[in-house]
Design a protein around this ligand. Sequence first.
Ligand code: ATP
Ligand code: MG
Length: 393
Amino acid sequence: MKYTYLIKYAEIALKGKNRHLFEEALVQQIKYALKKLDGEYLIRRMQGRIYVDMEGNVDGDEIVEALKHVFGIVGICPVINLEDDDFDGICKAAVEHMGAEYPERKGLTFKVMARRARKDYFKDSMEINADVGEAILDAYPELKVDVHNPDINLYIEVRETVSIYSRVIPGPGGMPVGTSGKAMLLLSGGIDSPVAGYMIAKRGVKIDAVYFHAPPYTSERAKQKVVDLAKIVSAYTGPIYLHVINFTAIQMYIYEKCPHDELTIIMRRYMMKIAQTIAEETESLGLITGESIGQVASQTMHSLACTDEVCHMPVYRPLIGFDKNDIVEVSKRIGTFETSILPYEDCCTIFVAKHPVTKPRLDVIQRHEENLVEDIDRLVQEALETDEVIVVR
Ligand code: ATP
Ligand code: MG
């Protein structure tokens, strides 16, 4: 069976001259989503519309599910697409559509919403509304017309081809990935950072990621969990280049040389520095973290100010004003939650002090970092050399 969908996209349409670039990116992302399914697809761009045809060993639900992962799509409409604009054919298809989509139609109300983009068509939209409505009522007398508040809006668009649809399945919205540059996500195994990456990608930003691994204190399973999270996020963002950095020596050195209640902050500062170096080398324009004000000691305003001080590129923290519950809700919706809560150790928690500073002072932190001066540059360099790039898709 062949399935056809009309793809609705809103925000992109506002982009004037750049519109075709946005459509191009959207088509690329749709391809990425459909490629994983077992079937042949065709994406057609016509008069500011995108249609997807697909057939093979897939059903409509799988196709819709894949399309729900494509940022930029606001609506997915199962559609009947007619090459021929013969009016009897339109009426017949409209009747069939209503029959197939609404098997339980007793008592439902509808309204035909025709749009004639081709002004040379022999009926205007009012006439199409009236005549198609009549054909439907003849076929299904149990339906009623309600022009003010119908249960079903039946859309008929007369363009190069004729489209008939009534259901608009919500897409994720946002902008297609690839329209807005690239950023480097600091991805840990927790709940927050995958959500943060998702949110920034939703604005059209391509994502790379970096994970700081601390073997043997953190296990291979903890690393695999991060790869798994990246994979779930990549269903929305496209392929993610995940950089795995061995952070153990730096962590141990800080532990040895600095006050333990400042460990997390100092560690976080080195993570940011290293992430920034990789970001620069790989043309990312900013960093992304899953931080939110006050969530833990290292995320108070004071702590964030200390962390930020080592960064000269913008740091995007899309969850900054979110409560944990809100973040959990998003992570459940996008499918990362179940993986995030697996109980594997996290490199940040292993050496964490019982009472970390909540109001670190930058000058004090900087003074304590002077204890590291002997070896830290070398250790940072060596950590960068451990960079293992995993392409997650
Ligand atoms: P998450 O749920 O994302 O792990 P969290 O609430 O556990 O966040 P922290 O552990 O304080 O918060 O980390 C804050 C942010 O720092 C994370 O959201 C992530 O962006 C980054 N981060 C922390 N640990 C790592 C790590 N091991 N590798 C890469 N980034 C990390
Ligand atoms: Mg964490």
